[in-house]
Design a binder for this molecule. Structure first.
Ligand SMILES: [Ca+2]
Length: 228
């Protein structure tokens, strides 16, 4: 009898544990841009695309900029991505636009420091030069800061939660961000490095209570056997 009382108490505890397990848990995931690219100015108009830079804001292999160069980047993210579609608007906690330096043995050197103004706009899923000029300012990225090494700098992230939510609530398909302009002085160099923008999303989802239910089943079976 004592044993059964103990197990009933344990079962009660396990039940409340299973209920609390149904609470929300925090998840984090990254969303990469659907379209994007960069445009450069070298001694004149903004008329040179940099196919070698691909989708990245700044990149290259052992590239040394012999003359001053201004670079602007534009990137659009698909709001209909399955990872977004499964979430309700009230489940999204925060969205940060981040730039991540990637690549093997990456170095980026510059003096003075490199900065980029970041603006957000309503995207259309197509990358074109008009994307560089639109939007409203959301913040500033420090691409390179000699006083803040190693990477990442604390300001390699911008909180874009409210702008993201306004476009999601508005039913728009794409959210866009442009970064402008980054003036790279002569003599700066990039060594096998890239600055790839992405959206860092934090959300709350119901925690699967499978483990809690399984534990309950085992306990109930044990009780039944003892009683039997
Ligand atoms: Ca566009």
């Amino acid at each position: 009898m004592k044993t059964n009382t103990f197990h009933a108490f344990t079962l009660c505890l396990a039940t409340s544990a299973a209920i609390s397990n149904a609470a929300l848990v925090q998840i984090e995931f990254d969303l990469l841009h659907s379209v994007g690219g960069s445009i450069s100015k070298v001694d004149g108009d903004f008329n040179i695309f940099e196919p070698s830079l691909g989708d990245y804001l700044v990149g290259g292999a052992d590239t040394t900029f012999t003359g001053q160069r201004d670079i602007q980047g534009s990137y659009e993210f698909d709001l209909r991505d399955p990872s977004i579609m499964v979430l309700g608007a009230d489940q999204i906690v925060s969205v940060f636009l981040t730039i991540e330096r990637s690549g093997f043995l990456t170095t980026l050197t510059s003096s003075p420091d490199l900065n980029a103004e970041v603006a957000g706009y309503i995207g259309d899923g197509v990358f074109d030069t008009g994307d560089f000029r639109v939007g409203r300012q959301l913040g500033t990225f420090t691409i390179y800061n000699s006083q803040r090494t190693p990477w990442p700098h604390p300001d390699s992230k911008i909180d874009v939660t409210s702008f993201f939510m306004s476009l999601l609530d508005g039913g728009f398909d794409y959210i866009g961000f442009n970064m402008r302009p980054i003036s790279i002085p002569a003599g700066a160099s990039v060594n096998n490095g890239f600055l790839a923008p992405r959206l860092e999303i934090t959300a709350l989802i119901p925690e699967p209570s499978t483990a809690g239910l399984a534990a309950l089943g085992v306990l109930a079976l044990a009780l039944r056997r003892r009683r039997g």
